[in-house]
Design a protein around this ligand. Structure first.
Ligand code: C5P
Length: 284
């Protein structure tokens, strides 16, 4: 039995860091939105063990979230493992786009389907939250609020048709390093963001408290933001802990931006919850 799954990336439309917790994580209030830049996973039940085929720059076993997800699934169900997972990557790594987390959630969903739902939704959510702070969101997709470490998910109705340009610099940013550079201040205004979601796209007010620490590490992110704004974006923001910066557009931007060597760009649109895993324009 095999299945092909398209696993979407996300951007954070809002990210407030509320403080550092006893366990070393940071307490968040964030809003995720899935977008149609996708990896592709080919998953077959066969043989024994967990066999991963992934591009060279991705860890093949430990450190690969797709592998960890399969391992956690078998440990939790007590089923004998026997799966091959071929991972075709399009979503860049260390980019703040949740690629590894999306792959992990897709593996959990696919295995639970192929084995006829041995795990309940609550068990799936528990496994996802143990794998990483962003994995739980990808069990839902669409637009959703994330609380706690980001793993407590409250789905939101899809609000707006949104177009984004994602720009990924040649460098990545390490999530722990960006959090470690957060100076304890927060400028993310939930009320302003929430009100703006109800209005037209041009009035959107997006915030990310991780942008300032990311810019301290990589000052060139600031000029990238300005460039997006000069190129017709109504808003520009760092996604998650970066290094991707995205612009929001009223209509699909049709001309590529001129960027320095090594920078990559994609035009993507918001994916609704219903479209999750089906509609991916930019495939791995
Ligand atoms: O949960 P995840 O493994 O994705 O987190 C990676 C790292 O990012 C954590 O070890 C921590 O340093 C940082 N992090 C954090 N607060 C969060 C999420 C992640 O400090 N809410």
């Amino acid at each position: 039995m095999s299945i092909t799954v398209h696993t979407p990336a996300k951007v954070n439309l809002f990210l407030k860091v509320k403080g550092k917790r006893q366990d070393g994580y940071h307490e968040l209030l964030t809003v995720f939105q899935s977008v149609d830049l996708c990896d592709t996973l080919y998953i077959s039940l066969n043989g024994s063990g967990i066999n991963i085929t992934a591009p060279e720059h991705i860890p093949q076993h430990h450190g690969n979230l797709a592998y960890s997800a399969a391992k956690a699934f078998y440990a939790s169900t007590g089923l004998r493992s026997g799966v091959s997972i071929a991972l075709k990557k399009t979503i860049p790594v260390e980019a703040g786009l949740g690629g590894g987390s999306s792959d992990a959630a897709a593996v959990l969903r696919a295995l639970n389907m192929l084995y006829h739902q041995p795990l309940t939704d609550a068990q799936m959510r528990h496994l996802a939250s143990q794998l990483g702070s962003d994995v739980s969101f990808f069990l839902y997709g669409g637009m959703a609020v994330g609380k706690g470490r980001g793993e407590i998910i409250e789905p939101l109705p899809d609000v707006l048709p949104l177009w984004f340009r994602l720009v990924k610099p040649p460098f990545g940013l390490s999530t722990p390093l960006v959090y470690a550079n957060w100076d304890g201040t927060s400028h993310a205004d939930w009320k302003e963001f929430w009100q703006s979601l109800k209005g037209p796209v041009e009035g959107l007010r997006l915030f990310n408290d991780l942008e300032a620490p990311a810019v301290r590490i990589r000052p060139e992110l600031s000029s990238l933001k300005s460039q997006l704004l000069q190129n017709g974006a109504v808003q520009a923001l760092l996604s998650g802990s970066g290094s991707t910066v995205f612009g929001v557009y009223i209509q699909q931007p049709d001309i590529d931006m001129t960027l320095p060597e090594g920078y990559r760009q994609w035009t993507v649109r918001a994916l609704s919850r219903a479209e999750m895993g089906r509609e991916c324009n930019i495939l791995g």
